[in-house]
Design a protein around this ligand. Structure first.
Ligand SMILES: [Cu+2]
Length: 460
């Protein structure tokens, strides 16, 4: 396992971020003699340079934190040395580890106190594009996140280069923002007509792609004829994004790391916590092209730049150039077909929970004063969600992959699903195969902090 692996045939980049921040240290505990040393994450106070504006924040040395990359079947071993003045944990977003490794304080583990160490160790069995982040309070709204890529043993996709792009809304440490708990100033009086897609209500002064503001964008490079793989991840607290690359189409190959039948589109939408892998064929002769992350329902633009190798930097588009592709063909869940549907037993679900999302309550309850959702190992479990509010809610299930039920019968396999506002409905099925107590929550951190959380609880 290495954050620095450089395959001969294909290079992996975390564009614009130092991917070399992983130190090798001996793991604690009593590792087997052949065990690889643990990677080390050291959450600590740091300064993030936002195009010349220093922002004091908390991070894992860089923002995003160092890329963790391993092959399916390898054991993830990460030692966390907490150098923060607060408790912390690390959650492996999208992976299905044993419950005790899931990183939810007070539910799956005692939080890691200041000055303490904790070793996360479990096999990463399923390939895909994942993230890691703190699961304590609003720490994720600071810089405590990073990409986690599990490569398949045999890569079925053909591509020349790969980039991870982490989309974020940022307020921490900026002069016009003082409270990281609030996570942004309140917005102006909302207009929010019913056709406006909105995932949140706060205002964030900066939109970052790989920790960089539009004035100092990450640069993706490729040659004419190259095919790029982009692993796009929305790690924002309060912002859904529409993503597009000017002058290029996107071929969606994975949602939340799980393969789908390839679909060519102009733009994809990512709620907070969602990931999307796309292939981009560099079929232009040159130039520099806007890689745009348009926040849904609010102004501003996050961006990176795709530069054909050799093209002058001066051809880069202005920071606010908005690609027409953002208004082009947008793929929805109902168009996505899972390559590997879950092996759901025939005959329908064993257990059904009908949930209403109202404001930031789930069926009238706010966690922790909320009923758990009891399941039994082996059950096929169905969650139906109806959203009566004005905000979209990206609902995330820990410890499991679920299948989005669509008319095709082969909806995408995911771990985070955006439930549309104003009466939108989504139904998901999962197999109860990973015993424990697992969070099911909205990935809007403000909504989560408000109690938009339930526990899926295994019982006998
Ligand atoms: Cu929400």
């Amino acid at each position: 396992m290495s954050g620095l692996r450089t395959p001969l045939t294909r290079r992996a980049f975390l564009a614009g971020s130092a991917a070399a921040g992983l130190a090798l240290v001996p793991g604690c505990g009593a590792p087997a003699p052949a065990a690889a040393p643990a990677l080390r994450l050291r959450p600590a106070a740091m300064t993030l340079d936002l195009a010349g504006t220093p922002a004091r924040t908390w991070g894992y040395g860089t923002v995003p934190g160092p890329e963790i990359r391993l092959r399916a079947g390898e054991v993830l071993r990460v030692q966390v040395d907490n150098a923060l003045p607060e408790d912390t944990t690390v959650h492996w977003h999208g992976l299905a580890p044993p419950n005790a490794m899931d990183g939810v304080p007070g539910v799956t583990q005692r939080p890691v106190r200041p000055g303490e160490e904790f070793l996360y160790e479990f096999p990463a069995t399923v390939p895909g594009s994942f993230m890691y982040h703190s699961h304590v309070g609003m720490q994720l709204d600071r810089g405590l996140y990073g990409p986690l890529v599990v490569e398949p043993r045999d890569e079925p996709l053909a591509y020349d280069r790969e980039y991870v792009l982490m989309l974020d809304d940022w307020a921490d440490g900026l002069a016009d923002h003082t409270s990281h708990r609030g996570g942004g100033r309140p917005p102006p009086p909302p207009v929010d007509p019913r056709d406006v897609v909105s995932f949140g209500g706060r205002t964030y002064p900066a939109l970052l792609v790989n920790g960089r503001p539009p004035q100092d964008p990450a640069v993706l490079e490729g040659r004419p004829g190259d095919r790029l793989r982009l692993r796009v991840m929305n790690v924002a607290a309060d912002t859904g994004f529409r993503f597009a690359v000017a002058g290029h189409r996107l071929t969606v190959t994975h949602t939340d790391g799980m393969p789908v039948e390839p679909v060519a589109v102009d733009t994809v939408r990512l709620g907070m916590g969602e990931r999307c892998d796309v292939l981009v064929q560099l079929d232009r002769s040159g130039g520099a092209w806007q890689v745009a992350a348009q926040p849904e329902g609010r102004p501003g633009l996050g961006r990176a730049v795709l530069r054909y190798t050799g093209s002058p930097v001066s051809t880069a588009p202005p920071p606010d150039a908005r690609p027409a592709e953002l208004d082009g063909r947008l793929v929805g869940y109902d168009e996505l077909l899972a390559v590997d549907p879950l092996p759901l037993p025939a005959g329908g679900p064993d257990r059904v929970f009908d949930l209403t999302l109202e404001g930031t309550e789930i069926s009238g309850q706010s966690y922790p004063d909320a009923d758990p959702l009891p399941v039994v190992e082996g059950q096929r479990v169905r969650l139906t969600m109806r959203n009566t509010g004005a905000k979209w809610h990206p609902m995330h299930l820990h410890g499991h992959h679920f299948q989005v039920l669509t008319a095709s019968g082969r909806g995408p396999v995911k771990d985070t699903v955006a439930v549309p506002a104003h009466g939108g409905e989504v139904t998901i099925d999962f197999l109860a195969t990973n015993p424990g107590r697992w969070l099911f929550h909205c990935h809007n951190h403000h909504h989560m902090e408000d109690g938009m959380v339930r526990l899926v609880e295994y019982r006998r």
